[in-house]
Design a protein around this ligand. Structure first.
Ligand SMILES: [Zn+2]
Length: 82
């Protein structure tokens, strides 16, 4: 189990989602003991649309392209908001 860097206690990771402005969503974990939040990932409408597209793709080059787009978009969101 992960140990909280603030209170040094272990808590079971439970993914929560916070809804921010302009369609931004944040997946995060929260320490049950001290309430410290740990951001896991961010998605916006664009990323979620790409994720939907990805589910329809069965494989091949197109799928790889979408995966790369999702990765780079999520990395940018994390830089901006994380
Ligand atoms: Zn804690």
């Amino acid at each position: 189990m992960p140990v909280c860097s603030i209170c040094n206690k272990q808590s079971k990771p439970e993914l929560l989602i916070a809804y921010h402005l302009r369609g931004l969503q944040e997946g995060y974990f929260k320490c049950k003991h001290c309430g410290k939040r740990y951001s896991s990932y961010f998605t916006d409408k664009k990323v979620r649309n790409l994720q939907k597209q990805l589910k329809k793709e069965q494989g091949g080059q197109k799928r790889l392209e979408i995966v790369e787009q999702i990765k780079s978009n999520m990395a940018q969101l994390k830089l901006k908001h994380g």
